[in-house]
Design a protein around this ligand. Structure first.
Ligand code: GLU
Length: 321
């Protein structure tokens, strides 16, 4: 009787072990996108999920769980069962910047996750409502320096990359602006285009359509080179800010403890998805760069990003008000 019970217990334990799954995936997978619909994380997540689902033979269902610069959705990812059926889309905000600024964060960006693959990287842009007096970055800098604390800038979340990217730039130029934080790029853009807030620092893919249609005026883009989707827009570097660079990225993570075979299957499917010519073309059209690296490469990247932002935050003595 006791033996039987033990055997049954072992069988149950084996069935529950992630590595023991016969043919992963046997049911739909959830991808938690920690920012709202219409923003860059959502755009990238939905494109990748649709194609990866086809490759895996099971739907990858996107679930938007927003708030606190993406940390709420990513904390939920960390707490999920590491069985491959709950994944999250990590960003530079959830894994690079916020961990150094949020004292009550419930996760460690390295220890609590299994990195799967970094899907896409993207530059960031500084843009203004067309009513704003500055037509160039130089004019923007003069205006801000002459009017400390007068103007606000919209961003996708306090302590996230768009807030910090701007705080860092303001430190460099010796300027002061008010941070107006939203749950993500989509609502931040709505208010900038609507004239509620005059300035936005945003991931490029979400702002690009507004810049193209003239509803936003772009002043500078991050990165070493201009973006092929908007080649007329000069970089920060070529306008004199050589050491200033802010890159956004969106990568699939699972909770810590995911079995290697499941991880590798997911990594292969998602990497193939973003490299798929049709999906890659859509990513590139949005101004982003498809990547799809290996779990080991992504793990190294997360550590490097965490350390890089720690350095920036400490050097500039940035804290959240
Ligand atoms: N700016 C956020 C990040 O890079 C993403 C914002 C959004 O998707 O709405 O972490």
């Amino acid at each position: 009787m006791l033996l039987q019970k033990t055997c049954a217990g072992l069988a149950l334990a084996a069935a529950l072990l992630p590595g023991a799954q016969a043919a992963f995936p046997e049911r739909p997978i959830t991808l938690i996108v920690p920012f709202p619909a219409g923003g860059p994380t959502d755009i990238v997540g939905r494109l990748a999920a649709a194609r990866a689902g086809e490759i895996l033979g099971q739907q990858v269902v996107v679930e938007n769980r927003t708030g606190a610069s993406g940390t709420i959705g990513i904390a939920a990812t960390a707490r999920a069962r590491p069985d491959g059926y709950t994944l999250g889309l990590a960003t530079v905000s959830t894994h690079g910047t916020a961990p150094h600024l949020f004292s009550n964060l419930s996760y460690d960006p390295v220890k609590d996750f299994t990195p799967v693959t970094n899907l896409v990287t993207s530059p960031n842009i500084l843009a203004v409502n067309p009513q704003f007096p500055a037509r160039t970055l130089a004019e923007f800098v003069s205006r801000v320096r002459a009017n400390p604390g007068k103007d606000g800038y919209a961003n996708a979340g306090a302590g996230g990359v768009n807030d910090l990217g701007m705080i860092w730039f303001l430190q460099i130029i010796g300027g002061k602006m008010n941070s107006i934080s939203y749950r993500g790029s989509a609502p931040a853009l709505t208010d900038t285009v609507g004239g509620v807030v005059p300035v936005i620092f945003d991931n490029f893919p979400s702002s690009l359509p507004y810049v193209k249609s003239g509803r936003l005026r772009a002043l500078a883009i991050t990165g070493a080179v201009r973006n092929p989707r908007l080649p007329e827009l000069p970089t920060f570097a070529e306008q004199g800010y050589k050491d200033y660079d802010v890159t956004a990225w969106y990568g699939v993570v699972a909770p810590a403890g995911l079995a290697e075979d499941v991880r590798d299957k997911l990594a292969g499917a998602f990497a193939q998805a973003v490299r798929d010519p049709a999906t890659a073309a859509k990513m590139e059209e949005s101004g982003a760069f498809p990547l799809g690296n290996t779990p080991a490469e992504f793990a190294a990247q997360i550590r490097a990003e965490r350390d890089r932002w720690k350095g920036v935050i400490e050097k500039a003595q940035i804290t959240l008000q």
